[in-house]
Design a protein around this ligand. Structure first.
Ligand SMILES: Cc1cc2nc3c(=O)[nH]c(=O)nc-3n(C[C@H](O)[C@H](O)[C@H](O)COP(=O)(O)OP(=O)(O)OC[C@H]3O[C@@H](n4cnc5c(N)ncnc54)[C@H](O)[C@@H]3O)c2cc1C
Length: 409
């Protein structure tokens, strides 16, 4: 369980080569907003044979769903790469890690589109919704966004939610504003959470998810925000003004008692995605620091010979090994379907803190050079900080862990 198998090493190798050769040279242009990351994501997927493979596998899955609903047996087909990938959650984690070694921002945009938007629709949508929205997002023909946070509803995303969906015959009328949404400025498909308003008090309005698309009348998005880090991941607002969303676009086709739980599940998967991103940051920062400490000479010897530097490297190594173990365990939980929310939240707190600490140590070990863009640890530090804020802040995740352990949640 705690070792990489042959196929895992192959994934690491392929994505490391891609990240170094194709992604790294683009990071500056992405960070400056001169280029968008999406074409490179498509290139990445297509050059690895992914787009067509995912499309086929997903279409087969829909056929199976429909056959099961009709009480028939679907045609048997040999397992393909996409299904193997689903069976082994360590593979997507390794992809996230490899991309995050070079650009956590790029990895985040990729994960938000495919995981939070595409995979969510795939898992909870109707066959028609899967065909129309999930498959194009999962094959990167379209870019997805997952819109929960609002200007006044961050940590209290459900309680303070102001976005409403008023049922009006064969459509819902959506109004509200979402903010800090990854990919929003350029996304084609938006999974938007709103409270269904039938005139009851706000606290009794059920939260439901709706699939919206760019071009719907009344839907608009803001310009990408200027940010401290994750600059190569466009973030922005989504404005909803009397958007008529057909009832067929209600995720899953009918109102659920507790879509709030569905959204919380998605938050769980978002949190599970944080650890592999942190692993990429930690691994890269550690490797760069180890190398630099051996090469950089001060007071007539390599700085690696000073114990203050060795202690920093030892702490980095401890965080690296712990984070690897967490990633292995999260993947195993994904594979077996075991749910342990306290562990998922705690692992998010630990790995995000570790990534920030390790990136700061890397800058310190590199001295003035570490503060310069050229040495890359500067970008990894800026991007790492977001991981303590997104997917539920570290404090909120720590409190959830404590409440679960205390039996209060
Ligand atoms: C770059 C970026 C990308 C993002 N992408 C997405 C996305 O794709 N989709 C999406 O829906 N959202 C996204 N978010 C939003 C993100 O999930 C929120 O920023 C996060 O949930 C925190 O909400 P907030 O910013 O409103 O902070 P607040 O909730 O206002 O929190 C402010 C501070 O108060 C603390 N706090 C709040 N409540 C409590 C409490 N009860 N006890 C103790 N401390 C508390 C918090 O820990 C934090 O330190 C993104 C954010 C960023 C910055």
């Amino acid at each position: 369980m705690f070792e990489l198998q042959e196929q895992h090493r192959m994934v690491e190798k392929v994505f490391r080569a891609f990240a170094e050769k194709e992604l790294l040279p683009k990071v500056e242009a992405f960070e400056k907003g001169e280029e968008l990351p999406y074409d490179l994501m498509r290139k990445m997927m297509n050059s690895l044979g992914g787009g067509a493979m995912i499309k086929e596998a997903m279409l087969r899955r829909v056929e199976k769903m429909e056959a099961a609903q009709a009480g028939k047996e679907a045609k048997k087909a040999p397992e393909d790469g996409a299904e193997a990938l689903e069976r082994d959650p360590l593979i997507p984690s390794l992809i996230l890690k490899e991309l995050s070694r070079v650009s956590p921002g790029y990895a985040m945009s990729w994960g938000a589109s495919l995981g939070l938007c595409g995979q969510n629709i795939m898992n909870k949508g109707t066959p028609d919704q899967i065909r129309a929205y999930a498959i194009p997002v999962l094959s990167l023909e379209k870019i997805g966004a997952w819109a929960l946070t609002e200007p006044g509803a961050g940590s209290d995303a459900f309680g303070a939610m102001q976005t409403t969906a008023k049922p009006q015959g064969d459509f819902y009328l959506l109004n509200g504003t979402k903010t800090f949404i990854t990919n929003a400025p350029y996304a084609d498909v938006f999974l938007v959470y709103a409270k269904v308003d039938r005139g009851q008090p706000k606290s009794e309005q059920p939260v439901q998810a709706f699939i919206l698309t760019r071009g719907m009348k009344g839907l608009s998005t803001g310009k990408p925000f200027e940010k401290m880090g994750m600059k190569d991941s466009p973030t922005g607002e989504v404005f909803l003004e009397d958007v008529e969303v057909p009832v067929e676009n209600l995720l899953g086709g009918s109102e659920k008692q507790s879509m709030r739980d569905g959204a919380k599940e998605s938050l769980g998967s978002e949190r599970s995605g944080v650890a592999p991103m942190c692993l990429g940051i930690i691994e890269r920062c550690y490797e760069l620091s180890l190398k630099y400490a051996k090469e950089r000479v001060q007071f007539g010897k390599p700085i690696a010979e000073f114990q203050a530097i060795q202690l920093k490297l030892a702490d980095m190594y401890i965080h690296l090994q712990n984070t690897w173990n967490i990633v292995f365990r999260l993947a195993e939980m994904g594979r077996t379907g075991k749910r342990d929310t306290a562990f998922v939240c705690a692992s998010k707190v630990y790995t995000a803190r570790a990534a920030v600490e390790v990136a700061l140590s890397a800058i310190q070990i590199h001295g003035g050079y570490g503060y310069m863009k050229e040495y890359h640890v500067e970008k990894l530090m800026r991007d790492a900080k977001l991981l303590e804020i997104g997917a539920g802040t570290s404090d909120i995740n720590a409190l959830t862990t404590a409440r679960l352990e205390l039996g209060l949640a």
